[in-house]
Design a binder for this molecule. Structure first.
Ligand SMILES: [Ca+2]
Ligand SMILES: [Ca+2]
Ligand SMILES: [Ca+2]
Length: 155
């Protein structure tokens, strides 16, 4: 289970609470934020990391990963600060749980993503809901985990 919570870490965080046969437990609970080793950027007040969370095995290694949105992350574009442009972070799941190592960051200036970074874009999750699925986001290995675009077929 992945939880987003405000009021704990400045800038927000994602907390993974392990589930057991008898319910959730704080044993092995993991908190990841922008000051966690390996996570791009830095935790700043108001970033709102965890505003959105989506757990899925995005890289198909059988460990659940977490895609989380930071709608109030500032992005520098062409030397100018774009306030609240927004960012999405993809956090990697491992056999030992969620980790900051290998975390990827995406904003509208990331190669392959349409549009560009502007103030108050408030980009969160880039992956659109799956058509026909009421809650969206079932595993779709044929779709780019971030943009939702169909990935080119291997040749
Ligand atoms: Ca930040
Ligand atoms: Ca994975
Ligand atoms: Ca934009």
């Amino acid at each position: 289970m992945a939880l987003a919570e405000s009021g704990a870490k400045v800038g927000g965080q994602v907390i993974v609470v392990p589930g057991t046969s008898t319910g959730f437990t704080t044993t092995g609970m993991t908190m990841i934020h922008q000051d966690t080793t390996g996570v791009p950027g830095a935790a700043e007040a108001g970033d709102a990391m965890g505003w959105s969370v989506s757990a899925d095995d995005y890289n198909l290694d059988d460990y659940a990963d977490v895609l989380t949105g930071l709608p109030n992350e500032d992005i520098t574009r062409s030397g100018a600060n774009q306030s609240n442009a927004g960012l999405a972070l993809l956090l990697k799941g491992t056999s030992a749980g969620l980790t900051g190592s290998g975390a990827l960051s995406y904003n509208q200036d990331t190669s392959g993503i349409t549009g560009w970074t502007e103030a108050n874009d408030k980009l969160r999750l880039l992956r659109p809901p799956h058509p026909g699925h009421p809650r969206g986001l079932p595993p779709r290995p044929d779709l780019d985990p971030v943009t939702g675009n169909r990935t080119p077929a291997a040749t």
